[in-house]
Design a protein around this ligand. Structure first.
Ligand SMILES: NC(=O)c1ccc[n+]([C@@H]2O[C@H](COP(=O)([O-])OP(=O)(O)OC[C@H]3O[C@@H](n4cnc5c(N)ncnc54)[C@H](O)[C@@H]3O)[C@@H](O)[C@H]2O)c1
Length: 334
């Protein structure tokens, strides 16, 4: 029985988390949840945004499933997601985007099946920011290290090789960002030489955006910097049905946090309307990560079957079922 840290989060977090744990229980997945929360809920209760008990649990279990978290608005509150990624060196942000029967999108018939690897700890999000008030000059430094660039590029190629993928595309702007951009490009070319069986191509980020919109099915694995990845990953989510249905993972060498990439949806919290698909799919990535492939496949089949019956789906998917009814339909399909 593997112990997993469960962070329910805020807003709709507890509702979609319950859906996932109910489905896992019905499928008899051999995991033991250790619940430790973070965010607005813990802040209101104890004044702590990220309680020490959560950090201890993460350090012990090394694998976590996280619901959406509200970072209180105001000075002095650092994003919890950014904090956890940097504190535990979760340098790979992995976001698959795949068209699924039953999930509407403009590209529903395109056969999109891509995985985006975003560098998760460096680049423009390194936190190196200065404001010279006297001269009115703002600097945000995009720091890419050779070590950081190499490990994300290598991770993308290793994933492609392991999962029988054919091609890796590096999305960059090294034609303008001659220093930080080039470090990424060099690292990708180095990884490409290490994996000669994987086709490699480079696309400048602006062209990459256009290509993704015109012919997204041409892409397989994409690797890119923190900022470009942040933007591209939402673009890719939009190609396959939006943030409510895509999975996400933050992965390091010795810890991984799987999360719903959408927010805590305060407008529908507590109303039983939330769609648990994004968190469930993230939980399925987690099952693959811990080697529970059969259980992941079994639950994915049940989810896909449920998605094809609109009457069983939540409102955002075009149905009118509640979170609990959608969850029960998945369980019935197991
Ligand atoms: N990963 C995270 O923890 C994360 C990510 C983004 C935003 N947030 C936080 O979430 C809060 C709300 O942010 P927001 O309103 O900009 O974005 P949001 O993703 O919470 O909501 C945007 C819209 O999508 C809907 N929606 C989102 N998830 C849904 C689901 N699973 N099922 C059905 N509908 C869903 C919401 O009802 C809302 O109309 C903010 O405090 C923000 O900081 C957290």
């Amino acid at each position: 029985m593997q112990r997993i840290t469960l962070i329910p989060g805020d807003g709709i977090g507890p509702e979609i988390t319950k859906a996932v744990t109910d489905i896992f229980a019905a499928a008899e997945v051999p995991v033991q949840w250790e619940e430790q929360n973070a965010g607005q809920t813990t802040f209101d209760a104890s004044g702590e945004l990220i309680p020490q008990a959560l950090l201890t649990s993460l350090e012990q279990n090394r694998v976590a499933l996280k619901g959406p978290i509200t970072t209180p608005v105001g000075k002095g509150f650092r994003s919890i997601n950014v904090t956890l990624r940097q504190q535990y060196n979760l340098y790979q942000n992995v976001r698959p985007a795949k068209t699924t029967a039953g999930i509407a999108s403009r590209y529903a018939d395109s056969g999109i099946d891509l995985v985006l690897f975003r560098e998760n700890t460096e680049g423009l999000y390194s936190g190196l920011e200065m404001y010279d008030a006297h001269n009115g000059i703002a600097d945000s430094v995009a720091r890419n290290t050779v070590v950081g660039a190499r490990r994300i590029c290598r991770a993308a190629f290793a994933y492609a090789a392991k999962h029988g993928r054919k091609k890796v595309t590096m999305a960059h702007k090294a034609n303008i960002l001659k220093v930080a951009g080039k470090v990424m490009l060099d690292a990708a070319q180095e990884a490409a030489r290490e994996f000669p069986q994987i086709q490699y191509e480079e696309k400048i980020i602006d062209n990459m955006c256009m290509q993704l919109v015109i012919r997204p099915e041409q892409f397989d694995v994409i690797v890119t910097t923190n900022l470009f990845g942040d933007i591209l990953s939402d673009l890719c989510a939009g190609l396959v049905g939006g943030l409510g249905v895509v999975a996400g993972a933050n992965i390091g060498d010795d810890m991984a946090i799987f999360e719903a990439v959408h927010g805590s949806a305060p407008d529908i919290a507590g109303q039983g309307k939330a769609n648990p698909t994004a968190l469930l799919r993230s939980a399925l990535m987690m099952l693959h990560h811990i080697g529970q492939h059969d259980k992941a496949d079994q639950i994915e089949k049940a989810l896909n079957l449920t998605l094809q019956d609109k009457s069983k789906c939540t409102g955002d998917l075009g149905g009118s079922a509640s979170t609990a009814e959608f969850t029960q339909a998945i369980i019935d399909n197991l």
